[in-house]
Design a protein around this ligand. Structure first.
Ligand code: IPE
Ligand code: MG
Length: 222
């Protein structure tokens, strides 16, 4: 969800106003995803690297997130959204942890769409933790397979992402689902996240539909 800060700054607003607009935009994109039949939507809300930001901004992001989860969960639940958290609760404030846990518990049987909120998430840490977990469970690491490791990641048995959308003109992975997105199609747009609405999502899906996904094969063998 990149570009919240720049969205605010071109309007002469504080960065947190951009984060608020960006958070409000999740609903817009989620509804559009439901409409077109996307089954999994993952939003990257706070990376393990975002701890390097000023304390006041971090605190603002945490309280915004807790507020939004508490406010939106009943409605998400009514609409068949399953809320899932990718990442770790270490060092997060108690009220945010409680909000995340209760949203997960309430919505766990919903099947229309899964909303993964990547919060305090990092792809490298995801891989390291998965391997540590396997080692701790006494698994024979010398026989480790890609499938088995994949299942121990934060995304569990979910399908790999087909499309990764990067807003605000950035062209980096930024440690986002680096294992899971190995064969994802990438789409980058200059649009700031708070302005990335239904039309922009449809445009990204249109671009995606035009790609030929070869997964290492040659095109005419598909
Ligand atoms: C949102 O956008 C990202 C997070 C919520 C951490 P940014 O805060 O990165 O916005 P820019 O890049 O400064 O515009
Ligand atoms: Mg940014």
């Amino acid at each position: 969800m990149d570009g919240n800060g720049r969205w605010a700054s071109v309007r002469g607003l504080p960065r947190l106003a951009g984060h608020r607009a960006g958070t409000d935009n999740i609903r817009v994109v989620l509804e559009a995803c439901v409409e077109v039949g996307v089954r999994y939507l993952t939003i990257y809300a706070f990376s393990t690297e975002n701890w390097r930001r000023p304390r006041a901004e971090i605190r603002g992001l945490f309280s915004l997130m807790a507020e939004v989860i508490e406010r939106e969960t009943p409605d998400l639940h009514r609409n068949g959204v399953r809320v899932n958290h990718l990442g770790w609760t270490d060092n997060l404030p108690d009220n945010l942890i409680a909000a995340i846990r209760s949203a997960i518990r309430l919505t766990r049987r919903n099947r229309r769409i899964t909303l993964n909120v990547a919060f305090n998430y990092g792809g490298r840490a995801d891989i390291v933790r998965a391997v540590r977990g396997l080692a701790l469970s006494g698994s024979d690491l010398s026989a480790l397979t890609e499938t088995r490791l994949g299942q121990r990641l934060a995304t569990g048995r979910q399908p790999d992402p087909d499309l990764v959308i990067r807003t605000a003109g950035e062209m980096r992975l930024s440690n986002f689902l680096i294992w899971q997105a190995a064969y994802a199609e990438y789409y980058s747009t200059p649009v700031f996240w708070p302005d990335f609405g239904r039309a922009e999502l449809i445009e990204a899906l249109r671009a995606y539909a035009q790609r030929t996904r070869k997964f290492g094969r040659v095109a005419d063998a598909i």
